[in-house]
Design a protein around this ligand. Structure first.
Ligand code: CS2
Ligand code: MG
Length: 402
């Protein structure tokens, strides 16, 4: 069996997605997500111009060899563009292998370790009362775990607080929007949010929070300590993790569980964090961390150090990533939780899939492969539109982390 065609499909059914379709001479094909939010066309070109020609004629069964060929062979290792492109190829190859085996992907990985995948949804509001209303909606929908974000008094807009509630989309058309940030105002306000939520809803549901890389280690330590009474499931991306040792400082001061890694693209980004047990959850997911092949390696390392998985699952991860991640989640022994931001009905239509939500759990279907396809005709009706994530400045104009 040979790979005879590599199609790169760029579309915008309410947001941009890059999808790879690998086609074999026997007609079986595989789908992989290659979306890198705000930098989509760089990955599309990497796949089209540099990877595609090297795949033609190869045996799609050699998943490991192709992964090593693309990673080691390129000389230039790691990086979000490269690893997202490799991930798309890898996901499509696992899809093909599972289709040929006539099995849902989780069976090839080692079978089910659980009945369903616990997911968390996003409740966000302009103020505390509004966020509490949103939390109530997620509880009514059956969620067991909810991430809560809230507008900060004195700041005109805040990360995680959206215009559209159920279909939260941070990327905007045009050029990057500019937000304003004050760590002092944020640190003062967030403990009040969780105090209110626990007071109102009790301790039955898991609550999570994302600081989106905006604190220093000592500020994160202060926040983690202040949030201890509210028993968070995790505090996410407290600090930029370029310097992994920075997490030691947070750990010295707080027992609030820590999650990080949605922007990681390889095991090397997380090695020290995992080996020193500086985190509790690793957020890497299929598409930005080198596919099923590499994510499995990260999860295996994590399992040695009591670190559990918490795959990124925002709207910029296409249903093809969500599908593949759910098969991975159903199998992975050290599973923690899966993020689930719902896609719009149009996105769901462009990417037909068989996963389903009930009682706070997502479950992949039993179709052979990862269960996600792309409707190319419908995709063609929604061409790429330039869109960026916002940027963030301090009140005095200094450029800050988004
Ligand atoms: C967020 C994302 O889901 C999350 O935890 O941090 O919304 C993230 O900002 C986007 O996925 C960026 O592409
Ligand atoms: Mg995040």
């Amino acid at each position: 069996m040979k790979i005879i065609d590599t199609k790169i499909i760029v579309c915008c059914p309410d947001r941009n997605f890059v999808t790879l379709k690998l086609i074999t001479d026997e007609g079986v094909y595989g789908i992989g997500d290659a979306t890198l939010n705000g930098r989509e066309l760089a990955v599309a070109a990497y796949l089209q111009d540099h990877i595609g020609p090297c795949l033609l004629g190869r045996d799609p069964g050699q998943i490991e060899d192709i992964w090593q060929y693309l990673y080691r062979g390129a000389y230039w290792r790691r990086g979000p563009v490269t690893m997202t492109a490799i991930a798309a190829v890898d996901t499509a190859l696992w899809d093909i292998k599972a289709k040929l085996a006539g099995m849902p992907l989780y069976q090839l990985l080692g079978g089910k370790s659980r009945n369903g995948v616990m997911v968390y949804g996003h409740a966000n509001g302009t103020d505390i009362a509004h966020t509490a209303d949103e939390v109530a909606k997620y509880i009514d929908m059956g969620y067991r775990a909810i991430r809560a974000q809230c507008g900060i008094p004195g700041l005109p807009s805040t990360y995680g607080v959206s215009k559209d509630k159920l279909f939260y989309e941070p990327a905007d058309a045009g050029l990057p929007a500019e937000n304003l940030w004050s760590t002092e105002k944020y640190l003062h306000h967030i403990p009040k949010l969780f105090d209110h939520l626990r007071d109102k809803f009790g301790f039955e549901h898991h609550l999570l929070h994302d600081a989106h890389h905006r604190l220093t280690p000592i500020e994160a330590a202060q926040l983690g300590k202040a949030l201890e009474p509210y028993k968070l499931f995790w505090l996410e991306d407290a600090v930029v993790a370029d310097n992994q040792a920075g997490f030691r400082r947070i750990r010295e001061h707080t027992t609030t569980p820590l999650a990080v890694g949605e922007v990681f693209n390889s095991i090397w980004d997380a090695k020290q964090l995992i080996e020193e047990q500086l985190i509790d959850y690793i957020r890497a997911t299929v598409t930005h961390a080198g596919g099923i092949t590499h994510l499995r390696r990260i999860a295996d390392l994590a399992s040695l150090y009591h670190v559990r998985t918490g795959c990124h699952g925002a709207t910029d991860l296409s249903p093809a990533t969500m599908g593949a991640a759910l098969h991975f989640d159903l199998w992975v022994p050290n599973f923690g939780i899966q993020e689930y931001m719902r896609h719009t009905p149009l996105t769901d239509e462009v990417f037909p899939h068989d996963y389903s939500f009930a009682d706070g759990y997502l479950t992949p279907g039993d179709k052979p492969g990862h269960g996600v396809d792309i409707d190319e005709k419908l995709a063609a009706k929604h061409p790429y539109k330039r869109a960026y994530l916002p940027v963030n400045r301090l009140l005095d104009g200094t450029m800050f982390n988004w």
